[in-house]
Design a protein around this ligand. Structure first.
Ligand code: ZN
Length: 308
């Protein structure tokens, strides 16, 4: 790989700490990944710390012992950036007590460590990779969350979590959501909903299995896929109408389905726009894309987000 005039002194480290794996990347200022490492995530605060440390050790080896002195972390849950702490990261086995992840990693590495909500980190990674200054990022994973970059700045929100677009109620007569409301968008447009409706046989992720079955003509799969695509199109329409972004980028585990997901969602957006000259003129479908560099966007964003 050619790094041009990118100097190691400008490199940063990003860690994307998810429920199943910790992905670490050494990143240049333009988002180029210099080195990567990953480990399975061990549960609980001490497990997360051990997994993150192991990833940093691998990266240090790959860089011949010299890790950049700046580490950014994207982690799920509620994040207090000032305290460098995380809580309520249910998928990581971190409960209601604040865990000072940044300070613990700073003690071990001697680096400056900043911590960020994982959806915000991925949003910033999408911004770096796509270059749009006004964009919405939709994370379609277990749940449905959003992040926004507006006029080139990350919209962090006031409470340490990303925009909870998944808990906008779209259908007041719909089923009860875990949040206590009825008919939330997340109930029709999330990976957990897809997995419940189409568990598959375990040989492939449920979303991939569903889209493959639908493409093969399975009528039940087509119905579930189209219902899901319509729900995701609702979320895109809300984000699009609320903030008018240039780009609407879909990431998260379900985005690994790839082009068939994009085709289903843009078809749903065009179906929703049919009969509305207003929506047709906005042409939201033309602004939707899949997150490029999907696997590393969270780590790239965590590395580069700084105090953006
Ligand atoms: Zn809800």
């Amino acid at each position: 790989m050619q790094h041009g005039d990118m100097k190691p002194g400008d490199w940063r480290v990003g860690l994307d700490i998810g429920a199943t794996k910790v992905l670490g990347a050494v990143v240049a200022a333009d988002g180029t990944v210099i080195a990567q490492a990953r480990q399975d995530t061990r549960p609980g605060a001490d497990g997360v710390l051990a997994s993150a440390t192991a990833v940093l050790d691998s990266l240090t080896l790959r860089l011949d012992g010299a890790l950049p002195p700046y580490i950014g972390i994207g982690v799920c849950g509620i994040v207090d950036r000032e305290r460098g702490a995380v809580s309520h990261a249910v998928n990581l086995g971190i409960g209601g007590d604040w865990f000072p992840l940044a300070a613990r990693l700073a003690d071990r590495t001697g680096a400056t460590v900043l911590i960020e909500n994982d959806v915000n980190a991925a949003t910033w990674g999408a911004h770096v990779l796509c270059g749009a200054d006004d964009m919405a990022y939709l994370s379609v994973g277990t749940g449905l969350a959003a992040g926004f970059v507006l006029s080139g700045a990350l919209r962090r929100g006031a409470h340490g979590a990303a925009a909870e677009i998944g808990h906008l109620p779209g259908n007041p007569d719909g089923p009860r959501c875990s949040c206590g409301q009825r008919g939330c968008l997340e109930l029709s447009a999330s990976g957990s909903t897809l997995a419940a409706a189409w568990p598959g046989d375990g040989s492939a992720p449920p979303a991939a299995a569903l889209f493959a079955a639908a493409a093969a003509g399975n009528a039940g799969a087509v119905i579930i896929r189209d219902r899901f695509a319509a729900g995701l199109a609702d979320a895109i329409r809300i984000a699009g109408l609320a903030v008018g972004p240039d780009a609407i980028i879909i990431g998260g585990g379900v985005a690994n389905v790839g082009e068939p997901l994009l085709e289903a969602v843009t078809a749903a957006l065009r179906a929703q726009a049919a009969g509305s000259p207003f929506l047709t003129a906005l042409d939201l479908a033309s602004r939707v894309s899949l997150l490029p560099g999907q696997a590393a966007a969270g780590a790239i964003g965590a590395a580069l987000i700084g105090n953006a």
